[in-house]
Design a protein around this ligand. Structure first.
Ligand code: CA
Length: 228
């Protein structure tokens, strides 16, 4: 059974979410403030976190940032109420994987949850450990290291690099990346791929502006080159 943590202070939304997710067969835990949610997410293993932004004690942005900083890579779906928040989430420095704007329908939310959970399951089947240069990625444990030091890749970044590695030395189109990594049921702009690639490069490349491994192919997409 997949475990989901909901961090949300509005009781009516929290209860509706809990009911819907339990009906779908998920094991659900919840926290009603940011600090409590953060400590639960650090202590227990969850498959996914649903995280509201406006929360008592610590806001959702900070919870997300601290989780990623602690090396926790499970997917995070943010709940937002305002358009300014969407812009900030899309800035991606936070490490959130997706967002849903309030008010949302239970169906929409479930679709996002399923897409995110499917995304993190995909990689496990194909490549276990992959090494290139001074980087080593364990796709089963969701651990990535550079120069033997742990680097914090998000669930989405794991999927993204897994897909590129699967087709290494070949050019993959932006649209194929979107279909494979984000899934058809999630609306995202092709530009989103570029933003995530740039974040990924910052984490794995020695000189991100002049990448050695993830090469951009103008107007088409990207190519992973391991040089081996
Ligand atoms: Ca709230």
């Amino acid at each position: 059974m997949e475990k989901i943590l909901i961090i949300e202070d509005e009781e009516s939304i929290l209860m509706a979410l809990e009911d819907n997710l339990k009906l779908e067969g998920y094991e659900v835990s919840s926290a009603m403030d940011g600090l409590k949610g953060l400590s639960m997410a650090k202590e227990q293993r969850f498959d996914l976190i649903i995280l509201d932004i406006m929360l008592p004690e610590m806001d959702g942005f900070e919870v997300c940032r601290q989780l990623r900083q602690a090396g926790i890579t499970m997917p995070i779906l943010m709940l937002t109420a305002k358009s300014q928040e969407v812009e900030k989430i899309l800035g991606l420095e936070l490490g959130a994987d997706d967002y849903v704007t309030k008010p949302f329908s239970p169906r929409e939310l479930l679709a996002r949850v399923k897409a995110l959970l499917r995304r993190i399951k995909l990689p496990q089947k194909e490549i276990h450990i992959f090494k290139f240069g001074d980087v080593e990625i364990d796709f089963k444990k969701y651990e990535a290291r550079k120069k033997r030091k742990l680097i914090n890749l998000t669930a989405l970044e794991f999927s993204l690099i897994h897909f590129l590695i699967k087709y290494k030395d070949q050019v993959v189109q932006r649209n194929s990346i979107l279909d494979e990594v984000w899934g058809n049921d999630v609306f995202v702009q092709p530009r989103t791929v570029d933003k995530h690639i740039s974040e990924l490069r910052k984490k794995i490349e020695d000189d991100p502006p002049n990448p050695k491994y993830i090469i951009g192919v103008r107007n088409i997409g990207y190519k992973f080159v391991s040089g081996e």
